[in-house]
Design a protein around this ligand. Structure first.
Ligand code: AGP
Length: 613
């Protein structure tokens, strides 16, 4: 969602802020702005639309001299995308400037109080209210830090706030609650940002801030204060990955690059957890007794991460013989879930910041469940809150539509299933060895799906079907779970209405929507269910559907008898097949989106990390 960068240094701030905002564009935004202190006042420039609009009005930052400033990319919540609603916001008296990620829940009451005092507002945002609130306290006290601290006592909601004061032109104050914020230590300069890529060009030394933390920084100094206003020491973390990991590297889109990174991301994710032919999970401290008494697993997540949970249901139930319930995080919190000390709540999140998932995690903990998080971003809120964490090593994922994070999350689910099944004694040694060997073979098999020939095949299907208006994905068992992800990909990046149905469910209603020419994507990899899925495919072809099937090499001779066109994928064990069948679906969506001229990496209305409920 919104992105933040703040800089205090000895060189012009605006170009650095604009460069940081460029690196945050992937988060999804609809306006951008910067504020720089210069010659006694706070100068603001902000524009609706893409960052290039802001670059144009500021002549790439040249019109805004000054060595300290704050910048923001906004994803509208309160008020439409517009120049007025864009951040930074300036207080009515011009003394305070603020950028903000999150939502201030009690902003209306605060706004009324400020209106009654004669404050006028230029925007519809909650952020402008915070800005004027700080200014109100500042007008009374002349103390910048105290004014920010007082404001923190009054506001309710989620925030990463970065603030400038015209009377203290060397200082930036930032604070956080339920919205990500990091501090970066540079050479003769300091940074705050919502995400590492914004500042990685300038520093690798960062501090991940906790809820309640407040930072007071200048170019040469930094002070961290906790909620009780005591000065605290913070551990600096070194970022090991390179900025090139967050750049396109010659690919037309981040999404395509990330699809191609899947073999290596998968291998990197599993390799630390396989030693001497056994799965080791260093981030997990399950006692054998706990696992034996396990009565239920909830897999709680949003979007694609939830669909990993849908695959996880089949994998974990089959291997561990324990009931597994995938639940949307936004529903979990409010459904009075049945949790006790024998419940494991597995939360999955690429960003580790998704508000719904974080709230569900906190709710699970409150109810006494044990929590385990599968997370990609080190130091993220979810990684800090969960009892145990297993990281996926996908590297930074920039495209809004997830691909490599999804694949690496699946990898961890397989390993977790094997690990728990062994301790629960629900798997034989032979099955264990066979599965582990098959998991280790997956990176090579994924790579085999990314050859020029395969890509060309899928590109041709995309050309043929890109004008489809309604698409139905059907499959059974794990193939059904894969269909959910394939359908979401098509919706989010190609803006095509699509639905995923269990193949056997079609005849109970949705088949009435199949008319001549409707595209049906059938995923049929499960050897025991192939014939049954083909029967369902026939139900659609006999009503005129055009079928594109995804099946394994094992059915190369069979598939043409039912489907008009097909993609063959390598065969693995049925439970692991989703790691392969999802790849042509990702590529299909990518090329359909390309044909339709959509914004592939930054689809409309979407954000990479959804930090509001
Ligand atoms: C997937 O392509 C989407 N961008 C979205 O569904 C995403 O998976 C979801 O918002 C969850 O995000 P998270 O993994 O960062 O928690």
């Amino acid at each position: 969602m919104c992105g933040i960068v703040g800089f205090a240094g000895k060189v012009p701030a605006a170009p650095i802020l604009l460069d940081g905002l460029k690196k945050l564009e992937y988060r999804g935004y609809d306006s951008a702005g910067v504020c720089v202190y210069h010659a006694g006042s706070l100068q603001v420039a902000k524009k609706q639309g893409e960052l290039k609009n802001l670059l144009a009005v500021t002549d790439n930052g040249a019109t805004l001299p000054g060595n300290i400033g704050i910048g923001h990319t906004r994803w509208a919540t309160h008020g439409a995308p517009s120049d007025e609603n864009a951040h930074p916001h300036l207080s009515q008296d011009g003394k305070i400037a603020v950028v903000h990620n999150g939502i201030i829940e009690n902003y209306l009451a605060l706004k009324e109080m400020l209106l009654a005092q004669g404050v006028t507002f230029r925007s519809e945002t909650d952020t402008e209210v915070v800005c004027n609130l700080i200014a109100m306290y500042y007008a009374r006290s002349g103390n910048f830090l105290w004014s920010v601290q007082m404001t923190r006592e009054v506001i309710v909601g989620s925030y990463a706030l970065v603030i400038l004061c015209a009377d203290e032109p060397d200082t930036i104050i930032a604070m956080k609650q339920d919205s990500p914020l990091i501090f970066g230590q540079g050479e003769g300069c300091n940074f705050v940002a919502s995400d590492v890529p914004a500042i990685l060009k300038y520093t690798r030394e960062v501090v991940y801030l906790n809820d309640g933390d407040l930072v007071v920084m200048t170019a040469d100094s930094v002070r961290f204060l906790n909620r009780q206003s005591a000065t605290v020491e913070k551990k600096t973390e070194h970022i090991a990955w390179d900025i090139t990991a967050a750049e396109k590297g010659g690919y037309e889109h981040f999404m395509l690059k990330e699809i191609f990174e899947q073999p290596s991301a998968f291998a990197k994710t599993i390799s630390p957890h396989i030693q001497d032919g056994k799965v080791v999970l260093d981030g997990v401290s399950f006692e054998e007794r706990y696992l034996k008494n396990l009565s239920r697993i909830y897999v709680v997540a949003c979007g694609s991460a939830y669909y990993v949970g849908c695959v996880g249901k089949y994998v974990l139930e089959k291997l561990c013989r324990v009931p597994v319930e995938p639940m949307l995080a936004s529903e979990f919190h409010y459904c009075d879930p049945l949790c006790d000390e024998n419940t494991l709540v597995l939360v999955i999140s690429q960003s580790g910041e998704t508000a719904d998932t974080k709230l569900a995690l906190l709710e699970a903990k409150r109810r006494g469940a044990r929590t385990l998080a599968i997370v990609n971003v080190v130091g993220s809120a979810i990684s800090k809150e969960a009892d145990d964490v297993i990281y996926t090593w996908a590297g930074p994922e920039i495209a809004v539509a997830t691909t490599k994070a999804y694949s690496t999350q699946l990898a961890i689910v397989y390993l977790l299933g094997l690990y728990m099944a062994r301790l629960r004694e629900t798997i034989t040694d032979g099955e264990y060895d066979e599965l582990l060997a098959a998991i280790q073979a997956l990176p090579g098999q994924i790579a085999a799906l990314l050859t020029e020939e395969k890509i060309q095949e899928i590109q041709d299907f995309a050309k043929k079907f890109h004008q489809a208006e309604d698409v139905y994905f059907i499959g059974r068992n794990v193939d059904n779970a894969t269909c959910l992800e394939g359908s979401l990909k098509l919706k989010e990046i190609a803006y095509i209405h699509s639905e995923a149905y269990a193949a056997g469910e079609l005849k109970h209603g949705p088949i009435s929507l199949i008319v001549p020419g409707t595209l049906v994507v059938a995923v049929a990899t499960h050897p025991d269910l192939f014939d049954k899925t083909m029967s369902n495919v026939k139900e659609t072809t006999s009503r005129g559907a055009d079928v594109l099937a995804v099946t394994t090499d094992a059915f190369a001779d069979e598939i043409g008898k039912t489907a008009g066109q097909w993609v063959l994928i390598p065969e693995t064990l049925p439970l692991l097949q989703p790691s392969l069948s999802v790849v042509p679906l990702q590529l299909f969506s990518y090329y359909v989106s390309l044909e339709r001229g959509c914004s592939i990496d930054k689809p409309r209305n979407l954000a990479k990390s959804v930090t509001v409920e």
